[in-house]
Design a protein around this ligand. Structure first.
Ligand code: PLP
Length: 438
């Protein structure tokens, strides 16, 4: 395999330039930001990130599953420049332009299932989720919403109310949206295997219907086909179909939040396709514009029944972002089979580490959405968050960018353009970090 000029650590990060930027940021920016570690990015290409001091890293996180085509794919950058040269803005809610119609058509055709779809374009994932909440209530004329424990749907009030990831995300922000109910997500690793996990989750919803909310008061069930923030949890095969059936039985809408799992990340356009289900509403964002702010709410035409003027957005579907999204879809389409293959290599490599290191409890995923869960002990499966913190820090200093999720899972969500060199070298660095633990 050809050698590359990365990873390359020339000064322990953050170096002097990085430190100055971190200090300035810390003085002026909102205290709510997390800042996982002091990575100060100055550039990137493909799955390589360069920091302000010239250090180069292999990127296993893509700015939290966003930089789908890498950091400056020439086709995406070219489309952005071309669109910017023509016009920066016109409000798609009120007027027309070709890119808006073209992106809506493309997404409507790409969405799972045969029914005709329509598309609402937003600026972000959370805005797309808000749109889905509003549409679900408006269409069904029902108030209640069901979501899953450990889910993450966003930070605006509706999406935050559906979210059940960290108490901190709700703390002192109440009252939240009323009529939101949370049930356990089918997690085979934590709920006694595939069948037991599905059974518990479905039983919890049935129980909810008996004790707390009548099913004909429920507008929608929101679910991530693979839980993202909650720990890269892949539900057992059959879970999405079981939810679909339950929704059909009670006239409830099934909303798949594919903000993190969609746009090719799992090797299919949408993770819900792995189970062959057709959601009534599908929500997308993150990788859709390769990092440009754009999201989408794609609904069956039979569901998108709200009246003209009932919802809109000033910037949603901005012309430059639409161009970025169309180019992103063009770049990803031929990559889909490769994403599955390279994802399999990533998972197989992580499994080899699992054989050697007892602290790795579980490896799971589809395509390039891979979770590696760390535990203190494989029998008790007690999470090991301190280890995740140590490994993240160590990997950063050696030139690998990692990101945790759930209680103690690494989420590998690299740019979809990464190759064998990136996978093998990245896993090699992770192994060096693990050896230092011994
Ligand atoms: N839904 C899911 C599954 C997500 O992972 C996220 C963000 O992490 C969101 C919604 C919110 O998206 P955004 O941060 O673009 O508002």
């Amino acid at each position: 395999m050809a050698t590359r000029d990365y990873p390359r650590i020339v000064v322990t990060p953050p170096g002097p330039k990085g430190k100055a930027i971190v200090a300035r940021d810390e003085q002026w920016t909102s205290t709510s930001y997390i800042k996982e570690y002091p990575l100060v990015i100055a550039g990137g290409k493909g799955a390589m990130v360069e920091d302000a001091d010239g250090n180069r890293y292999i990127d296993f996180m893509a700015g939290i599953a966003v930089s789908s085509t890498g950091y400056n794919h020439p086709k995406v950058v070219g489309a952005i420049k071309d669109a910017a040269d023509r016009f920066l803005h016109i409000c798609g809610t009120d007027f027309y332009f070709e890119g808006f119609a073209a992106l809506a058509e493309r997404l409507a055709r790409l969405a799972p299932g045969k029914s005709k779809k329509r598309v609402f374009l937003s600026n972000s994932g959370t805005e797309a989720v808000e749109g889905a909440i509003k549409l679900a209530r408006n269409h069904t004329r029902r108030p209640a919403l069901i979501a899953f424990q450990q889910s993450f749907h966003g930070r605006t009030y509706g999406a935050m109310s559906l979210t059940s990831s960290k108490a901190k995300q709700h703390a002192h922000f109440g009252p939240l949206l009323p009529e939101v109910y949370h049930v356990p997500y089918a997690n085979p690793y934590r709920m006694g295997g595939p069948e037991a996990a599905i059974a518990q989750s479905i039983a919890a919803i049935e129980d909810l219907f008996t004790r707390q909310v009548a099913p004909d008061d429920v507008a929608a069930i929101f679910l991530e086909p693979i839980q993202g923030e909650g720990g890269y949890v892949v539900p057992p095969d059959g879970f999405l179909r079981a939810i679909r059936q339950l929704c059909d039985k009670h006239g409830i809408l099934m909303v798949c939040d594919e903000v993190q799992s969609g746009v090719g990340r799992t090797g299919k356009w949408w993770a819900s396709e792995w189970e062959g289900v057709e959601p009534d509403i599908l929500v997308s964002a993150k990788g859709l514009g390769s990092g440009m702010p754009i999201g989408a709410m794609i609904a069956k035409e039979s569901v998108m029944t709200w009246e003209s003027g009932s919802h809109g957005s000033t910037f949603g579907g901005n012309p430059v972002c639409c161009a970025a999204a169309l180019a992103t879809l063009d770049v990803i389409e031929p990559l889909l089979p490769r994403i599955q293959k390279i994802g399999d290599r990533l998972q197989a490599g992580a499994r080899k580490l699992q054989e050697k290191y007892a602290c790795i409890g579980d490896v799971r995923g589809r395509g390039l959405m891979v979770g590696v869960e760390f535990v203190k002990d494989r029998t008790t499966r007690e999470p090991y968050p301190e280890l995740i913190d140590r490994l993240t820090e160590r990997a950063f200093r050696k030139g690998l960018l990692l990101l945790g999720c759930g209680k103690s899972t690494f989420r590998f969500a690299p740019p979809l353009v990464l190759d064998e060199y990136d996978v093998d070298t990245g896993l090699g660095i992770l192994e060096e970090c693990l050896k230092e633990e011994d």
